[in-house]
Design a protein around this ligand. Structure first.
Ligand code: HEC
Ligand code: HEC
Length: 368
């Protein structure tokens, strides 16, 4: 399941075919016209990353460990030293991301919420949830104006993908609906993106969001999932001696390493054919394959180690298509990151501290 060769292939491909932004520099109109991403595509990327994290957490963590080592996911996970419920994983991750105040917001909700807080809060949300019941194959989207500012709003259906979803909700004392069936739409994931303009224009096609901004949104979801996973799953359960993260998580009936969580999410997204890629690299890699693979990655790592605030970015052309690429700093967000890397026999660096930059997240995004 842990497909390293894929990321290596991708890096090779990128290093052979890419050339620098200088070749189509002089930003003025050219880049402006090519760097924008439609709000619908931006929301699709963000949703794909949310869904990938949710799927890995539900299937590879909760379902597998429930069967193999009888580790349950329960609502009172803190007191009971269990795994968070999949919904709680998403809710905590979205709270983390929303608190960063970068403009994009997302949350999980339903017309039949177990937790009243997760009900629709606006007329748009109510209508959107009703529409996803009627058309469960696509998101409900609209440009709306709030206090003179335009926003793109999308609600993606959230379906009962496993028996556990329906069993737990149908039997939960606070659930207002008790007859969910497999495949039913149980709720929705709402994504809100701010747009530029005076709010008079409500045609989706007329708006574009700069690639840098879309990349920031996607990165925010990845980083929030990473924070929740490493702190509230790996670090918490390791400290209580309940379960450990291991490179050989499958054989060891263990938790995935945070790096494996992210790479598995990337693989799921590659399979969806939306051409969004991300991976982890470092100047001090435990696995040599995770060193910088080309000039762009070398420059990017150098840059984020020195300036761990903004990502290093380039616009590149690969096989006749224009791409935006960024290297974001990857921080030691949990004591588990530091302890494991400093003590790993293959780690070339053993003095990481909490919040240090440990490497970078490389993201590749196609431009329209
Ligand atoms: C073991 C029980 C359990 C399982 C399994 C479970 N849920 Fe939930 N779900 C909950 C609880 C409890 C909440 C409320 C969390 C909170 O306090 O915000 C919730 C929240 C939700 C919400 C937000 C609306 C609400 O009801 O508050 C949606 C949508 C949802 N779950 C869908 C799913 C889907 C889809 C699955 C399967 C992938 C799933 N759930 C699996 C218990 C469960
Ligand atoms: C239990 C051990 C463990 C924990 C916890 C852990 N890592 Fe790692 N990490 C590894 C291993 C092992 C690899 C190499 C995986 C591979 O073979 O590609 C890795 C890979 C990485 C890489 C890619 C470069 C490299 O070293 O190969 C980065 C960056 C990274 N981890 C950062 C982090 C951060 C940040 C955290 C906390 C959020 C974290 N790690 C938590 C063990 C761990």
């Amino acid at each position: 399941m842990f497909k390293l060769p894929l990321s290596i292939l991708l890096s090779l491909f990128l290093s052979i075919n890419s050339f620098n932004v200088e070749s189509w520099a002089n930003p003025s109109t050219d880049i402006k016209n090519t760097t924008g991403i439609s709000p619908k595509s931006a929301a699709d990327y963000i949703h794909a990353v949310i869904e990938a994290g949710r799927t890995i957490y539900s299937e590879v963590i909760v379902e597998r460990l429930g069967v193999t080592i009888d580790l349950k996911a329960t609502e009172n996970w803190k007191e009971e030293n269990t795994l968070l419920l999949p919904a709680q994983f998403l809710l905590l991750s979205s709270n983390t991301s929303n608190a960063k105040d970068i403009g994009m917001k997302y949350r999980l909700m339903s017309l039949w919420p177990i937790n009243a807080k997760n009900g629709p809060k606006t007329k748009f949300e109510k209508i959107g949830l009703e529409e996803t019941l009627k058309f469960p194959e696509k998101p409900f989207t609209k440009v709306v104006t709030i206090k003179g500012k335009p926003y793109f709003k999308a609600i993606y259906p959230d379906k009962a993908v496993t028996k556990a979803c329906i069993n737990c909700h149908n039997h939960h004392p606070k659930s207002p609906k008790t007859d969910f069936k497999m495949g039913d739409v149980m709720g929705g994931i709402s994504i809100v993106l701010p747009l530029n303009g005076n709010g008079k224009n409500i045609a989706e096609e007329d708006y574009r969001i700069p690639a840098e901004v879309v990349a920031d949104y996607i990165h925010s979801v990845l980083e929030s999932d990473r924070q929740v996973y490493s702190n509230l799953v790996v670090n918490r359960l390791q400290e209580k001696n309940i379960v450990y993260a291991s490179e050989n998580w499958w054989e060891d009936n263990a938790l995935l390493l945070p790096a494996q969580f992210l790479l598995n999410a990337s693989d799921l997204i590659i399979n969806k054919n939306i051409d969004l890629h991300f991976k982890l690299i470092s100047p001090w890699p435990i696995n040599k394959h995770n060193g910088p693979a080309n000039e762009f990655e070398r420059k990017g790592l150098k840059y984020v180690v020195r300036h761990p605030v903004r990502p290093y970015i380039e616009y590149r052309e690969i096989g006749g298509r224009k791409y935006f690429q960024a290297v974001y700093p990857d921080f030691a967000v949990s004591p588990a990151c530091v302890t494991c890397h400093n003590n790993h026999p293959n780690s070339p660096k053993r003095d990481f501290k909490l919040n240090d930059v440990m490497g970078g997240i490389v993201m590749t995004l196609p431009l329209e």
